[in-house]
Design a binder for this molecule. Structure first.
Ligand code: COA
Length: 174
């Protein structure tokens, strides 16, 4: 496996950001994680929004403090995927959304990147003092389910959200 790292969105990734979004949007307009785009196509505006979420200041009502990271190779700028860490759980997140959301670029799937990206994000969670995190996925999303299980996810239950069976896993960080 190549050496991978998480980087907080910053200057220098605008073209790659555009490229991963375009690739994901061929598959669906509802790309995951949602915060990879934040409904803007302007990278500078995007940086402003992710910084705001990471600080927890001036974020929209109903949203929580959250950090988005790009997964990149140690020596390259290519964005392989993105992951969100939500540092609090509101009612919706506790019931369905969980602390963490992620997606891998379609052309880079099935290479172990999601498993590694979640592991790196769990290190960030640990460093920020979280003791356990909730990670959820649709029951039929086998890739995401395996990614969570390979990172120690323990299934608490399966709930229904908008007609989908959602699996709720806890990952202990201590
Ligand atoms: C789900 C997703 C993140 C998996 O990313 P990935 O980089 O392909 O995952 P990995 O390569 O780390 O694979 C993890 C495990 O899942 C398995 N897997 C991945 N995709 C799979 C698929 N489509 N069908 C069956 N198994 C799959 C892998 O084989 C591996 O298990 P194994 O080690 O037991 O063989 C990726 O498919 C994706 O971005 N999907 C769209 C967004 C999404 O669903 N995000 C998660 C929301 S909860």
């Amino acid at each position: 496996m190549k050496k991978l790292k998480l980087v907080f969105p910053c200057e220098g990734y605008a073209d790659e950001w555009d490229a991963i979004i375009k690739e994901m949007e061929i598959e669906t307009i509802d790309i995951t994680p949602y915060s990879l785009k934040h409904r803007t196509s302007d990278y500078n505006e995007y940086l402003r929004i992710v910084r705001s979420f990471a600080s927890g200041i001036d974020i929209p009502a109903g949203k929580v403090k959250a950090a988005t990271y790009f997964l990149v190779e140690d020596t390259k700028k290519r964005i392989l995927g993105a992951i969100d860490i939500r540092f609090d759980l509101n009612e919706y997140l506790y019931n369905y959304g969980g602390n963490i959301g992620y997606g891998i670029r379609p052309s880079e799937r099935r290479k172990g990147y999601a498993t590694k990206m979640l592991a790196l994000a769990l290190d960030v969670c640990r460093q920020s003092g979280l003791k356990k995190v909730l990670v959820t996925c649709d029951e039929d999303n086998i890739g995401s389910r395996r990614t969570i299980e390979k990172n120690g996810g323990v299934l608490e239950n399966i709930v229904v959200c908008e007609g989908e069976n959602v699996m709720r896993f806890w990952i202990n960080l201590v």
